[in-house]
Design a protein around this ligand. Sequence first.
Ligand code: SAH
Length: 213
Amino acid sequence: MQDTLRHQGLRNQLAELLSTKGIVDLQVLHAIRQVPRHLFLDSGFEAHAYQDKAFPIGADQTISQPYTVAFQTQLLHVKPQQKILEIGTGCGYQTAVLLELKAKVFTVERQGALFKRTKLFFGKMGYRPKKTVFGDGYKGLPEHAPFDGIIVTAGAPEVPKALLSQLKIGGRLVIPVGADSQVMTLFERTSEKEFKKTEYGDFRFVPLLEDKN
Ligand code: SAH
């Protein structure tokens, strides 16, 4: 598959749609216009790639809806060169959006087949996360902490303590919290021991699972 002017046009329309749905961060909208989402999906879904919908990516997982990706990214307040930890690499679309924002991205996936496939795909596409790790995101990546931002792209029944502890002071954790449906939640680390929590409404994610399979 290729990236064509037609795809670019569809991406521009998607970015327009996201802005009408309340995405105001121009850098985030720019990243949505840049990343060729159709190349992250199986070719059977190409026609749907620029609709604002989630899709299956194999191994019972989904690529998040573009609105959700944009919403979470907007909450992260990414600045160039910041260290961002992503839990749930999946097909790598969210990773690519973070790279487009010039973040140093560390991304963790627990599902072996997806991890392998996406790592190869990054190489093929020339995407360069700092680390693409096969592991359990509940534990974060203590050896690379602290992070300016942490984004969790699966629904967490509870907030992993390890992730809070791996935030810089001033850092932001964006995490959908809940078992069946999730509340998008932002934790800002205001001091060594204190976090400010803000909730942003309901979303639906595949579950954050413990341990590798
Ligand atoms: N960011 C992805 C969304 C993928 S869906 C994208 O843009 O495509 C959520 C992903 O989280 C799935 O790939 C799932 O396998 C992964 N996941 C679930 N529990 C995890 C855990 N404990 N650690 C790391 N990844 C996990």
